[in-house]
Ligand binder design. Structure first.
Ligand code: FE2
Length: 321
């Protein structure tokens, strides 16, 4: 797999002039031409070191058009970018202003987000909150955000901003979900078909003190946004109570995905956020290592997190072509 037939490639260019873009969705399995065209571009100069994802900006509160374009360009390639700001974020709400300048407006208000919808991820002393791993010092396995959301509330973008890191640990690993799709489709298109099934993965209901605070959610791992043609991924490596469809191809696909996530793929990036740094992403796969806070405020991990139903503007699959 992997070589692109030059003749069909030029034919594709011809077709793309005449065919409406929404007919060229590369993530649809039947669309081999569009997929090969997209694949070729995706792999061309794809970063293989995390430093290639870092963009320096002077003031995150007030990005220049050149800085914003550089951030967008990186996101268009890899679905993520790490900004490194000289100036601190003026306030927690300021993150919403930054995000809005990238077309991110529809915030997901999850269980512990404040009224603005931004979560302050820090170790909580409240027992109920501590039970949720993001608010503890424990490691978080690979996942995309909102994998338990209802299907009409998909998280398309996820933003993290670091106010202060832990004394030790708390690194993020990041992997572009489009790269995962590409590698799995190359390995066996049947894996993609299996993981696109509407009943392939069920997340159990969230029950606290005998009361259901979130219903069970069944849905696909990979799905295609019908309007934009963009790929979305819903996944968690957590194994407790996750129910996978009983089907041989599904089991093989899940194993293939787990192997990829455990591998030393150069596209798996590891980064430990420092103060005034953050990650803008189209909800790529990510995980976090365990950490240890120190006694001083500057050694206590505090991360602001915002989740959106929107995708980062200018980073759609058709913007990349
Ligand atoms: Fe997350």
């Amino acid at each position: 797999m992997g070589t692109v037939n030059i003749k069909s490639f030029s034919e594709l260019k011809h077709v793309s002039c005449q065919t409406p873009k929404h007919h060229m969705k590369p993530f649809e399995l039947a669309n081999t031409w569009a997929y090969q065209h997209w694949r070729e571009q995706k792999l061309d100069a794809y970063p293989n070191h995390v430093t290639e994802l870092v963009v320096d900006v002077n003031d995150i509160n007030c990005l220049t058009p050149i800085e914003r374009a550089a951030l967008q360009r990186c996101c268009r390639k890899t679905n993520m970018v790490i900004y490194r700001s000289q100036q601190a974020l003026v306030a927690k709400d300021g993150l919403q202003v930054v995000c809005a300048s990238f077309g991110l407006n529809r915030l997901d208000k999850n269980l512990y987000a404040d009224q603005e919808g931004i979560s302050a991820l820090q170790v909580s002393t409240q027992q109920r909150k501590y039970d949720y791993i993001p608010y503890s010092e424990n490691a978080i396995k690979w996942h995309t955000d909102g994998y338990y959301n209802e299907l009409d509330a998909k998280i398309r973008a996820m933003v993290l901003h670091c106010v202060s890191p832990a004394r030790q640990g708390g690194e993020n690993t990041l992997l572009d979900h489009e790269v995962v799709y590409l590698l799995m489709r190359d390995a066996n298109p049947g894996y993609i078909a299996a993981l696109m099934q509407a009943d392939v993965m069920t997340i159990p209901a969230n029950i606290e003190d005998g009361k259901e605070i979130r219903a069970a959610q069944t849905g696909p791992v990979f799905s295609i946004d019908q309007l934009s043609g963009d790929l979305q991924m819903r996944y968690t490596s957590r194994t407790r109570s996750i129910h996978w469809k009983r089907d041989n191809m599904v089991q093989s696909a899940v194993r293939c995905l787990e192997d990829l996530l455990m591998s030393d793929l150069p596209a798996i990036f590891t980064y430990r956020l420092s103060p005034n740094e953050g990650i803008l992403s189209n909800n790529v796969l990510h995980s976090r290592t365990a950490f240890k806070n120190g006694p001083h405020a500057t050694e206590q991990r505090l991360i602001y997190r915002a989740r959106y139903y929107d995708r980062i503007r200018g980073t759609s699959v058709f913007d990349a072509q």
